[in-house]
Every structure is written in C-alpha cells, then in structure tokens.
Design a protein around this ligand. Structure first.
Ligand code: AMP
Length: 463
C-alpha cells in the first residue's frame, strides 16, 4: 500500500472544517487591517533562500528540499539538444562534428547546460520580497500583504512538526517614505495578531518580544559574543561550536539542555542597541501598552532566520508542549537590498497553521456545517422528485443531503440522524400528488405537512 510520505499528512473532514474556520477568521481579520492577499510560487530559485534566510541557518544548511531542475530552457528543442549533448559526451567522433556549431556554442557559452537549482519554499517572506522587487511594488507605497499556504522543511517529524506544514503570514513592506519603518507598523501587526488569536478563542498565549538591533549593533554584539564564547565553546554541543565560528548569534537557537547555563551567561543584544534602535523598540512597547496588548520582553529571542532587524517576536502557547511557538516574526529592514532591491523596510510574521488549529478553543464538530435537511425519497421514481426538490431548496441557500429511493424510511432517518441533519423531508408518491410534504424535525420529533411552495421558508424559520 502506498502511504503519505513521512512528515506529510492528509487533512480530512471534519478536521478540515476547523482549518477553514481558522482561515476564514484570518481573512476577516486581515480585511479589517487592510491587508490584501498575495500568492507566490511554491518553488523558487535556491539562491533566493540562501541569500535571504541565510546560509548558516538550520533551514538552509539542512532542511530544504532542493533539486537540480532540467536544463535552463524547457522547450522540446532544448531537450533534443540535451540528447545530442549526452550522445556527444559518449562519442568523441560525433562530438567533433558538433563542435563550433552555433547552437552548441550558444548553450555552452550561457552555461545553461547545468540545470537550475530549485527549492520548495521553506518560508514565504523571501518569495514576497522577491515579488515586491520583481513587480516594483514600491510604486504602491506601503504594501500590506498576507498569504496562506504550504511550506516545506526536512525536519525530524514529531507532534506539531511536519515536513509539509502550513503558514498564515503577513508582511507590511514599502519605501521608507511610506511609513514602513515606523514602530507604529510593528505595533499594529502585533495588535492584529492578538486580535486574531482572541477571535479564534485561543487563550493563554504569551507574546515574547525583543529587539535584535540594526546591522551595526549586530556587528558589535557579534564581536562581544565571539569573545565571550571563546573560553566556553569547547564545552558546548557540536552545532554551537560551528555557530560560534560562522554565526555566533545562532547560539541562542540552541535547545540542548546542557548548553543553557552557558548561554544564560552570554552577553545580550539589548546591551548593544544604538539610540535609534532603542527608541524604536521603546515606541513599539509604548503603543502596545496604549492598546492593551500584554507582552513579555525576552532578550534571548533572536529567531531562526538571519534577515531580522530590530523588532523580533514570537507568540507561544503552553498547551503545545515542546513545539510551543505558534508564530514568529519580526522586522527585516535590509532584506530587499540583500536581494538586489531598493531600500524597503518591512515587518512580518508567519503563523504555524498546524499548531494554531491544535490550539483553537473549538472542536471540529462545533464549526462543521451540518445539513439543514435530509431528503428521503420513498419508492420507485422518487429520486427524480427528490432531485427537483433539492435543487429548489439549495437555491434558497439551504444545505441539503439526498437519500436514495431504495432506502427504507428507517434507514433514511438513521442516516439523517448520523449526519446531524435538523430535518428529514419525506418524498413519496402521495406527497408528490398532494403537493405537500412531511417535514420531520429530527431534534423534537415533531412532524408537519408543508405545501411545496412553503418548504424553504418552513426550514429556514425553524433553523
Ligand atoms: P519560522 O518560519 O521558522 O519563523 O516559523 C514560524 C512558525 O511556523 C513557527 O512558529 C511554527 O508554528 C511554524 N512551523 C515552523 N516549522 C514547522 C514545522 N516543521 N511544522 C509545523 N509548523 C512549523
């Protein structure tokens, strides 16, 4: 039997109702804050992630699904050419006849014989910023964009951690003149997240907040960190030993329990913030206090991606256990430039939808849509009548389930019950002749005869 690949899974009803509830609520909240949807491709050039997320991060160094795609141009002509080249490589005499032909030289010169390296997106901010640059979205001023979709990381699967997982995210990005740099943007996004979690009925979350400063602060901090690590790094895990050399900040990502006391003794970025970054961070906190969003400062929070600057945050939830981060995000003021774009400060977040769904204070049953009415055709030829009635009722926006004329009435009622339908409508020859149908309320057991023209209203009124 072929099964879903390790780390991936099928989302089935009734659970999908919960996913739809979460996504519909997200769309409602995004609308209220004037965010609009963006959809970027599921795979991108590998370079995009290497340059934005950072070569030294766990994501890029070990978790990406990367492959070499076939030659640059996918046209048939090009694949014919590849066949020719493959033959030429094996047969020197044949190659001699090709050397210096125009086509051969052209492709060789462009170096397009090597396939393009592509990667399934491990996160979506890089794709959004690429799209921002590619489509010159700065012409629109401040862009407030959201996305919902799958991401891919080859992590060790466990509860709440998958290799195909889903993120709901948003980004506010634009030229500095659009106010994209303002602490007001940071606070608005954080307040929006608090509103979203509240609307989902998620209680007991904690907003952890930090500022990771600007590149100059980070450089000074890195120096200090390197110095502080020197005498202790040999006692730390292998990953930390590597990080200490390549990217010391990442030491704070370490989850190895034995390393924690050492990490607790290291300097913190908060001691290295310059005047501008400190003021920015203070203002974010002041606005949050003004709107009544609680937060906890956590100066160990550096987040797993290299591109963050200034505000960095996570929302955690106790009920999730070890994988307790529901969402994370932060500011990335230099990201556009590092991808070859213009200055475009921005801030964003990504919510792990898989974990969010686990934390929602409602059951799939509660948010599932149950049939308003189950139509029970009774006897031969009644499927046709039932189909006509179903069509009429569905036009009135009622949720209708259809039985089959081969079912006995008892079986129809049992099925209707199982589906949680509120009414059963009996369609037999006598009813069709009389133009009135027995409508049974499956909750109270009450049964009334209703003329055809009044059926939709009768069901709606009793909803
Ligand atoms: P990140 O993009 O690493 O900042 O992650 C943002 C959020 O995505 C995290 O807080 C998690 O909720 C979620 N997430 C990240 N990786 C996974 C995964 N492998 N499986 C499920 N959720 C994940």
């Amino acid at each position: 039997m072929i099964k879903a690949v390790r780390g991936t899974r099928d989302l089935l009803p009734p659970d999908t109702a919960l996913w739809n509830f979460v996504e519909a609520t997200a769309r409602d909240v995004f609308r209220a804050y004037n965010f609009q949807e963006i959809r970027t491709p599921i795979f991108e050039e590998t370079q995009l992630f290497a340059r934005s997320v950072g070569e030294e991060t766990d994501i890029v160094s070990k978790e990406m699904y990367t492959w070499e795609d076939r030659g640059g141009t996918q046209s048939e002509k090009f694949s014919e050419f590849l066949d020719v080249v493959a033959r030429a490589q094996q047969d020197p005499a044949y190659k001699a006849t090709l050397d210096n032909t125009e086509l051969y030289n052209k492709y060789l010169a462009q170096g397009r014989l090597r396939g393009q390296s592509l990667t399934l997106r491990p996160e979506n901010t890089a794709g959004v910023v690429r799209a921002y640059i590619e489509h010159k979205l700065w012409d629109r001023g401040l862009n407030k964009l959201f996305y919902i979709g799958p991401q891919f990381r080859r992590e060790r699967p466990q509860k709440g951690r998958y290799r195909q997982f889903y993120q709901i995210g948003a980004e506010a990005i634009g030229p500095p003149t659009s106010g994209s740099e303002s602490p007001a943007r940071d606070a608005e996004i954080l307040e929006m997240l608090a509103t979203f979690l509240d609307r989902l009925g998620i209680t007991g979350w904690t907003l952890e907040l930090n500022s990771v400063g600007c590149p100059a602060d980070r450089a000074r901090f890195n120096e200090a960190l390197k110095k502080a690590l020197e005498p202790v790094v040999s006692q730390m895990c292998d990953d930390c030993q590597r990080r200490a050399v390549t990217n010391p900040l990442r030491v704070f990502d370490c989850k190895v329990p034995e390393d924690q006391p050492i990490i607790d003794g290291l300097p913190r970025i908060s001691q290295f913030l310059d005047e501008g970054c400190r003021k920015h961070f203070d203002e974010v906190k002041e606005i949050l206090k003004a709107v009544g969003v609680e937060f906890r400062e956590n100066d160990r929070l550096v987040r797993g991606l290299d591109y963050y600057t200034r505000t960095a945050f996570e929302f955690t939830h106790g009920a999730l256990g070890a994988q307790n981060a529901i969402l994370g995000g932060g500011r990335y003021d230099g990201l556009s430039e590092s991808l070859g774009g213009p200055q475009a400060p921005g801030i964003g977040f990504a919510i792990g939808e898989d974990r969010l769904v686990m934390s929602v204070g409602k059951s799939a049953e509660e948010v599932s849509c149950k049939p308003d009415v189950y139509i029970a055709p009774l006897g031969e030829g009644m499927n046709r009548e039932a189909a006509r009635l179903a069509r009429e009722l569905r036009r009135h926006d009622l949720v209708v389930e259809l039985g089959d004329e081969s079912f006995r009435l008892k079986k129809s009622f049992d099925t209707a019950d199982k589906l949680g339908a509120r009414f059963a409508l009996i369609v037999g020859e006598n009813e069709v002749k009389a133009g009135a149908f027995s409508l049974k309320n499956l909750v109270t057991g009450e049964q009334v005869s209703v003329p055809r023209a009044d059926l939709a209203q009768a069901i709606q009124v009793r909803k």
